[in-house]
Each structure stands twice: as C-alpha cells, then as structure tokens.
Design a protein around this ligand. Sequence first.
Ligand code: HEM
Ligand SMILES: *[C@@H]1O[C@H](CO)[C@@H](O)[C@H](O)[C@H]1NC(C)=O
Ligand SMILES: *[C@@H]1O[C@H](CO)[C@@H](O)[C@H](O)[C@H]1NC(C)=O
Length: 516
Amino acid sequence: MNPPTPVQVVAGVAIAWGTWKVLGLFFRKDPLHNIPGPPSDSWAKGNFKALLHSRAWSLHKEIAEQHGGVLKIHGFLGERLLYVFDPKALQHIVVKEQNVYEEADQFIMIVFGEGLLSTMGEQHRKQRKMLNPVFSIAHMREMIPIFYDVVHRLGDSFQAKVQNGPATIEVLNWMTRTALELIGQSGLGYSFDPLTENGKEHRFSVSAKLLVAVVDFLSLFWTDLRRYRDIVDVIAETSEEILAEKKAALRQGDETLKAQVGRGKDIMSILLKANMSASESDKLSDSELLGQMSSLTFAAMDTTSNALSRIFTLDDRLRKEISEALDDRGQLSYDDLINLPYLDAICRETMRLYPPVPLLIRACQQDSMLPVSRPVVGVDGKEMDEVFVPQGTKIFISTLASNRNAELWGPDAYEWKPDRWLLPLPDAVVNAKIPGVYSHLMTFLGGSRACIGFKFSQLEMKVVLVELISRFKFELGEHKNIYWQMGGIATPIIDENSTLDPQLPLKVTSLKDIKI
Ligand code: HEM
Ligand SMILES: *[C@@H]1O[C@H](CO)[C@@H](O)[C@H](O)[C@H]1NC(C)=O
Ligand SMILES: *[C@@H]1O[C@H](CO)[C@@H](O)[C@H](O)[C@H]1NC(C)=O
C-alpha cells in the first residue's frame, strides 16, 4: 500500500476531528447530569414557573425532602441550576469562597447605583468598612429616641382610628410607611411621612414602594429597564437633594446638623463626616453615597414591614410580657428591648419559619468543587461528598429550606413554635455550622455580604411591637384567610387566589375599650 499523500492526511485528520466534534455534541455529558432533582416541566420554563410561583411553598418542601441539600433544577431554555441548603455547601458559598459565588446580576447596579447592594470586591469591602460603625450596637442605642418618636406617631394615628370602637386597619401599608420613615430619619436624616391618617405621601416613598413591587426574581430574566427608569429617577433626584442639604448643614457646623432630622446621628451625616477623615483610598464618591441611599431604602423597607405584619395576629402571651415590662420600667431601653425573652423568641421564630427573602441567587465564577455535609446521592445511586460546579452555574441559596430543615430543627421544623428559642437548640442545629449571621438562620445571610441592617431590623420590629401590642388588640377581621404569597419578598394577600395588591386588613381595638 502506498503511503498517504499529505492531502489525504489532512483530509483524514479533518474528518476524524469533525466526527469527534459531532459525536461530542450528542454524547457530551451535562456536567450536572448526576445531581438529583425534579424533572423539568418544560424545556422553555424548566422548573422556574412552578418554583417561583406565589404558592410554591409546598413544592419547595417536597424537592428539599426528596432530593437533599444540593439538588438540580431546570431554568429557562434548558439552563441547569443548583438549589442549595446543605450547611457545609452554604458555608462554602457564603463564607469560604464567597468571591467565587458572586451576586448574579448586573441589573441591580442600574437600579441601585454604586451602593452596598450592588458593588463587589474591593469597592464593596471599602463601603462596608465605612458603613459598619453606623450599624453597631453603640449606634443603635443612640437611635432609640428616633425610633420611639416615629412609632409613637404611628400609635397615635392608630388610636385616632379606633377611638370610637374597633376599626379595620390595613396594617401592611402602615408598617411599610413606618419602615420607610424609620430608615428615612435614622438613615437618610430626612422625614418623608408624618405618619398621620391624611399625611401626603412623599414622591420618594411612592417610588420606593413601586421599586420594591417591580424588583423581583423574575425581573432578573425579563427586565424592561425603561419601566424602572422613572422610578429610579425620582429616587436619584430626591437622594441628590438630601445629600446637598446634608452637605450644606455639615459646612455650617455641628449645631446646624443636630437641629436637622436625624440629629446628626443619621447614616448619611455620619458617612459624610467619616469621609472627611477617611484615608484617600477609603473615601466615598458622591455617586457611592447616593448608591447607599437607594440601597438602604430598598433593603430596609418591605423586608421588615412584611415580617412585622406576620406577628400582629398572635397570642396574648406577648402582650402580657410587654405590659409587665412597661409597668415595671416605663419606657424600655435598648437592652430591655433586646432581652425580653418571649418577644425575642417570637421574632426569631418568625424570621426562621417565614424568612422575608426566601431565595437568593449567586453565579459561580469558576469551575469549583462544592463539599457537602451529607453525601449527595447521585442519579446513578452512588454517594458524593462533593459536587462539581461548572463556571457560570447559577445557584439558588434556599434560605427557606435551610431554616426549615427537619434534619436539623427536628420533626416540628415546619411549625411556628417560639418556645423552641426558650430552650437549648438541638445539637444538630448548633453543630451544623450554618453560616447565617443571625441565630443559625440564613434569613439575613452570612459572610461579607450578610445583611448589614439585621440589628436595625430587630430593633425596629421590637419597638413597633412594644408600641402597638401594648395599646391595641389585633385580630383577623372580615378577611379570615390571609395568604402569604412567595416572591422576592413574601407578602400577604387577602386570600389565596386574590389578585389585589398585597395587604393585611386587621380588626384593631383599643385596649382601653377592652374590659379585663
Ligand atoms: C427582616 C428584615 C430584613 C431581612 C430579612 C434582610 C435580609 C437581607 C439579605 C438576605 C441580604 C443579602 C442580600 C444578597 O446578598 O443578595 C441583605 C442585604 C442587605 N440588607 Fe437586609 N434585610 C432586612 C432588613 C434590612 C434593614 C432594616 C436594612 C437597613 C437599615 C438592611 C440593609 C441591607 C443592606 C445594605 C444589604 C446589602 C449588604 C451588602 O451587600 O453588603 N436590611 N438583607
Ligand atoms: C469625600 O471626600 C472626597 C475628598 O475630600 C470628596 O471629593 C468627595 O466628594 C467626598 N464624598 C462625599 C460623598 O462627600
Ligand atoms: C386557588 O386556586 C387553586 C388553583 O386554581 C385552587 O386549587 C385552590 O383551591 C384555590 N384556593 C381557594 C382558597 O379558592
């Protein structure tokens, strides 16, 4: 046989290479093929439609129980994602390799500018360093008078509504207004809302609420940026006005600053002052400061107000504890508030079972191995102690499934039982090393991107509860089947299939009218 000509060699290699490629397309394995998970509902929408549905609570329970702490779900157009609640894997994602598992979307940057919610890496670290002191316990104590001032106004408005007998009050809207006013005064040093019945809503509040309504998981995929533009513009303009005002007050000296809303103790005033003495590399630009304003407003508003709203229809035991403490001590100090055991247990349990932000999303920046605390049973039946995560894979951090993990919390994990916090927690919870900043819960996340406002939020909930629970009784009124729908933030609607806006109408009675 003659040796092949160079042309034949080239042709042969080309054919072999082409065949290899074509075969590869057919036989290439999906790198996540062995990870267990629910079958896809459709190629176009995968499991997303079902999992991100407003009534998806039980589906999340099912997939978590059936497939374990690291499972695969199908996204849009054949995309595969991981859904994670295994404690060791979470530890890895949130703390150990947090730079590998970064925030997933650029969209957030457009909405929030250069604020804490959207910046990454070194810029994020610098901002966090500057902001941390204003969220310290020392500073929370200083904010107590502002908090009381705001919630007393809220209590008085409620009193005015129920002075002639019980009345229906839409509690969610009032909680949102209160949350916004609290972050307004103590964060931005600005009052948006007198919290009176007929008080005119500031256009900033209107926009901030709209923003929360439209920023949701699904908007990560179907973003119509023009819709956000107007909203974002109002927020940006208002923030610029406030910033200019603060800078002017700062130039006039401490006295002028103290005379302002926030008494010079608000986050913006403190940041502006800190910026003056910060080293060159730590300084914040105007656009970074403006970014903090929208980030803080957004992050502080609906999260806390929705969580708070959950607690109103609860039993009298809380009222008893609060009344006794008030009889004993008059106004409660920061330490009193933090230490009331049942109030604390109720807040923790509500945050556990009903995390206001049930899912978070991250994207894996490089091929990685993700270790797990319990072996993942592959589709092939073999156990794996770690899972290969290809670069680009999106990951759902399931706060929900972690907080409700029955293997850790026990068989009553799906029940609301504040008393569990008055006893020692199960060893399984303590030993699991769940990376949450707050009480073994993922509710406020953990690591360097954990919620900076979690103490602020706790204080807010407690101050509002003390004010309202000690003056009023709350009951379900006309609407007995309030349903909490799942979403970017879980919100109440008047019944399971209601298409009306989130709301929580409750029957409110002044305690003065109740004969004991
Ligand atoms: C119950 C109430 C709250 C819950 C459940 C909550 C939850 C969270 C979660 C899960 C994150 C992480 C988001 C992510 O990385 O994708 C976060 C971040 C953040 N939260 Fe909260 N939050 C609450 C209240 C607040 C309040 C009251 C404030 C401000 C006063 C606040 C300010 C922030 C900020 C600025 C971030 C970004 C932190 C960073 O990336 O460094 N949050 N929050
Ligand atoms: C912080 O200080 C720098 C330098 O003094 C200044 O250019 C910048 O505008 C300041 N930032 C803010 C938000 O005032
Ligand atoms: C809401 O709609 C779902 C699906 O159509 C149905 O199964 C459920 O019973 C409805 N719930 C109520 C309270 O009407």
